[in-house]
Design a protein around this ligand. Structure first.
Ligand code: PSU
Ligand code: MN
Length: 320
């Protein structure tokens, strides 16, 4: 049978397409130990090789050092994996043919035996279904600045509107229209808490300049909010913990604004569209800041991963 042709012969189709939990994740879930979901698009399409594999391994270690079990999520040969072995993480980082999968892409990828990295939308979808409650990433997708012409709004937003998972991030990527994205999050009923900040973070920047309505200061306070949501029976939407990159690690704001303007112009001039837009802009910023945007991005992700592990620990302690 040729590759990428759906197979129809099995008598046990739903079984065949069930996500595979790594042994470490399966044990942790059974024992109600804290688990943190990690996405793989940032590894495959958001960071340059070979640094991306080092980062993927480092982030998993950071989760462990902070008292939780990492569950990096990706699709390999048509199987969705929740928790990857080292060789599997290597494939995600090194395979140049690895696709970018939003949640709408999961079923075709499973049916055709494809391999792909999962975005926030696909990762949150798979994580929640596996029973994971906390997820860490860099910056969420959102409403693009060219929305009026392109209608480009990341599928992250609509998926987070119907998935009850806690997502730790440094806000939304600053390549986006941040006020419009915050407005959409409000409309969609997605919760937003600033972590030790009254301002929504700006991904590469400590602050986007936009206010947040709620501020929390400890992982225990976040766990209390998670608990209150469960007690209320909703909302069945995500809870965003907006955790700013420390000021000492942010990209210099003037440099950010200047290079971002160039990147957006280059994106338009080159006719980049669809799934390619976000990786193009991130790469352009990296190259034109001599790697400074990459360091700010990594500092943000590290902070989010460590905080997510502490939140997962506080949430599982509160449950016992
Ligand atoms: N955070 C990062 N780097 C990334 C991403 C997040 O620091 O590359 C990825 C996430 O997977 C997110 C995706 O879901 O970018 C958004 O892509 P799009 O705008 O095409 O929906
Ligand atoms: Mn998009």
């Amino acid at each position: 049978m040729p590759a990428h042709t759906p197979q129809h012969a099995s008598t046990d189709r739903s079984r065949r397409h069930e996500p595979a939990l790594s042994p470490e994740v399966r044990d942790a879930l059974a024992a109600r130990r804290p688990v943190v979901a990690l996405e793989s698009t940032i590894i495959a399409h958001g960071l340059p090789r070979p640094r991306n594999l080092q980062v993927a391994l480092e982030l998993e270690e950071l989760v462990r050092a902070s008292g939780a079990v990492p569950a990096t999520i990706a699709v390999l040969d048509g199987t969705a994996h929740v928790g990857l072995a080292k060789e599997e993480l290597g494939r995600v980082a090194e395979d140049p043919a690895i696709r970018k999968l939003g949640h709408r892409d999961l079923a075709p990828a499973l049916a055709t035996g494809a391999s792909g990295a999962t975005t926030v939308s696909a990762t949150a979808f798979l994580a929640a279904r596996a029973g994971l409650r906390v997820f860490a990433t860099g910056g969420l997708g959102g409403v693009h600045r060219e929305w009026a012409e392109t209608q480009d709004e990341s599928a992250d937003l609509r998926l987070l509107a119907r998935t009850g998972i806690t997502v730790v991030c440094a806000g939304v990527k600053s390549i986006l229209d941040v006020p419009a994205t915050l407005q959409r999050l409000e409309t969609l009923g997605v919760g937003v808490l600033g972590y030790r900040t009254a301002h929504f973070p700006g991904f590469y920047l400590t602050s986007s300049g936009e206010p947040v309505d709620w501020t929390v200061h400890t992982p225990e306070e976040v766990a209390e909010v998670m608990w209150a949501r469960e007690a209320l029976g909703g909302p069945e939407a995500a809870l965003i913990i907006a955790n700013p990159v420390p000021e000492k690690d942010q990209l210099a704001p003037e440099l950010h604004d200047r290079v971002l303007a160039d990147a957006l112009a280059a994106c338009r001039a080159q006719g980049i569209e669809g799934q390619a837009v976000t990786p193009f802009l991130l790469d352009h910023l990296m190259r034109h800041t001599k790697g400074a945007s990459l360091e700010a991005n990594l500092a943000a992700v590290r902070g989010n991963v460590a905080l997510a592990a502490r939140i997962a620990a506080a949430a599982s302690a509160a449950r016992r």
